[in-house]
Structure formats: C-alpha cells, structure tokens
Design a protein around this ligand. Structure first.
Ligand code: ARG
Length: 296
C-alpha cells in the first residue's frame, strides 16, 4: 500500500522516460582544493575505487536503457567528473557554465567544446552558473537555485535563452550549495496532478522559496536531514527508476511508498568531493524526449 494509492494515484502510473546523458570518468578525481564543506584536502582519496564506483553508476544507467555519452576527463581538473556542472542543455541549445571558483573555471570551455562537437548550439554565459548543479527541468519549468554558486542574473539569461518559466529558489545552507543536493526531480514529465514531482530538504531553502515549493509541489516527498546529509537529494530519476546513494535507506523507503523503483549505488569516494549521483549526470534532453518507455 502506498501513500499514492491513498491519494488515488496508483504506483503503476510511474512511467520511466528515455534519458540521454553525458558523463565523465573520474580518471583524475582527487580532493586537491576545498570549495565546499565536504572537501578536505587531508583526506586521502582512493582514485581506483572512485573509478570503480562510477563505473557501477554507468553500468546501472546502461541497464536502464539510457543513451550514454562520455566527455574525456582532463588532467588537473579533478572535479570534471561532476558533469552536471558542465552546462544546461535543452531544445538542442547548451547554455555554458561559468564556474564560481577559479579551480574549476577551465571546465566551462571544455564542456562547451564537447557540446559544439555534439552538434548543439552553444550559448556562452555572461553570468556565473554551474549548469545543472543549480538548474533543473521539471515538466516545462526550469527550477533555478542561487545563494552559493549561480549568480541570480544567470536565471534571467536562462529565461531569455530557453523561453521557459524559470523559478528562482534561494539556498541558505552551505552543505546544500547547489540545488541538485537540496532537491531532486522525481517526475521529469509529471504524470498526473498527484505526482510528487520532486523531493527536497525544507531547511535548505529560505522561507519564500519554501512557500513556492509547497505551492507548486503539494505532494512532494520531504526528505529527512539524515538522508539529505548522505546526498539522497542528489538522486537521479527517469520517472520510475530512481538511482540513489545506497546509504540513504529511509529515502529509498519513501520512494517505494510512492511507487518508484529505488536502485542504490555507492559513490562514497566522490562524496569526498561533495558530490554524488546527480552531479555525475548531465541531461542532454534531446528534442522530442518526454515520451514514456517500457518499464525497466
Ligand atoms: N567539488 C565540486 C564543487 O564543489 C562538487 C560539485 C558537485 N556537483 C553538483 N552538481 N552538485 O564544485
């Protein structure tokens, strides 16, 4: 019995959508600098383990039938594995990233080159933003975080480039420095009005943003502080299958109760860099997606 069933939304309404994503193998991953509260340059990183764990994520996506693309990792850019930060892609247009910290700035052009070679129209950003780290599409609306990384002026740029509604959400806790560690989209293409659509951590947002979230997503899953600290909100959903950090077992239970299929993956080494599953995953949103596919 699920909460959804109680609300008249049977779990079988959850539909996987075909995903097309870009990833970057963590060949050069390490913690060489500290730009978020998770990073500590004194903690040793097991690079081979990081690669093996990332490979499990890649294989999981492959088994789910996702269309997978790879960008070559570059030496000296240890955070390049966090492909989500490389830009925001929609409608065949790639809005490039302009990183806040100098250590990551060369990643911006590297990702823009990849997008160009892939045949996307690239828009060079005027304002600081870290791509899907702070921007995410739900239905036809772009949710956009600010407070730590993206300059709020990038939201206006997004609106102009993609001609979609952009909803600004203000982050207030440095542990949740990107939107994609504070909120995850569960239904990229919401199936019905009672869909949760998203899961989020209430304390990561200011009051006004929280009111916006409550109003837009009245059936959202509210994550616990404990799960959020394990980066549970950095999960990746195709609308039915939700790949989540395997230690976040309470979150997995909540997902099941709402009719999703949680699949645990352990990225403990990448956690040392302050990232997890969603951070490794950049949506390419090919034109014409949004259609449901058979269940995995
Ligand atoms: N060390 C990286 C940084 O602080 C982690 C980025 C994680 N990516 C994400 N999409 N949240 O920038």
């Amino acid at each position: 019995m699920s909460c959804c069933a109680r609300k008249g939304c049977p779990p079988q309404t959850r539909q996987p959508t075909k995903r097309s994503i870009l990833m970057c193998r963590p060949t050069f991953f390490t913690v060489a600098y500290a730009i978020n509260p998770y990073m500590n340059t004194d903690t040793p990183v097991d690079q081979a383990k990081a690669v093996a764990q990332w490979q499990t994520l890649y294989d999981t996506y492959e088994q789910l039938g996702f269309d997978l693309h790879l960008i070559d990792p570059l030496p000296g850019l240890p955070d390049m594995v966090f492909a989500a930060n490389g830009g925001f892609v929609l409608d065949g247009i790639a809005y490039g990233a302009k990183f806040r910290h100098p250590e990551r700035q060369p990643e911006g052009p590297a990702y823009m080159n990849w997008f160009r070679n892939f045949g996307l129209k690239v828009v060079e950003p005027a304002f600081t933003n870290e791509g899907m780290g702070d921007f995410t599409l739900v239905g036809n609306v772009i949710l956009a975080g600010t407070g730590f990384r993206a300059d709020v002026r990038s939201h206006e740029e997004l609106r102009r480039v993609f001609k979609r509604e952009v909803v600004t959400l203000k982050l207030v806790n440095p542990r949740y420095y990107h939107l994609d560690v504070a909120l995850t989209v569960l239904d990229p293409v919401p199936v019905d009005p009672s869909s949760p659509c998203v899961a989020y951590l209430e304390s990561a947002f200011d009051e006004a943003s929280l009111a916006t979230l409550r109003n837009r997503f009245p059936n959202a899953i509210i994550a616990s502080e404990e799960d959020a600290a394990l980066l549970a909100l950095n999960s990746y959903s195709d609308g039915y299958n939700v790949v989540y950090p395997s230690k976040a077992t309470n979150f997995a239970r909540q997902l099941k109760e709402h009719g999703y299929n949680p699949i645990g993956v352990d990225l403990s080494e990448l956690f040392l860099g302050g990232g997890s599953i969603r951070c490794c995953t950049l949506d390419l949103h090919p034109v014409g997606t949004g259609t449901s596919v058979a269940r995995a």
